[in-house]
Ligand binder design. Sequence first.
Ligand code: SF4
Length: 137
Amino acid sequence: MACPYFIPDVRRDDILWPHPARLPLGAGFGGCCGAPQHAGERPDDDHLRDHCNLGYARCSRLPADRAADSVRYAVALAGAERLVVTYVFEREHAPGQCGHAEYDCRAKNFSVPHPDPRIQKQLECYVGEYLARQPRQ
Ligand code: SF4
């Protein structure tokens, strides 16, 4: 479950993640904060490891009035030509908004990008890691 405001942009294998393959996005990522008033700020490595990549962050940048504490991703359908990824927003450990995104493995893109660019970037990272572990023919 990643922080819903996290905008991952690069895989960071140089941070000491306890279990990198078990991380919500499939690996540890560096990136920017996308919270209001903090857009473009780059959290330090400790913060990336303990908060941005994990959700339910104890973070002063998080807006008090927010719809979600974290976003959870899972592959619901894995075909040769397309993946369907479900996502669920959580607030105080209760599920909230959910949906799915379809990825075209041949065209290498999502059929409909998520309207929130932060979530779209997380989807791209999640799918990239999934396909790196389970490449298509
Ligand atoms: S954990 Fe904090 S710094 Fe990281 S993306 Fe979320 S709000 Fe921004």
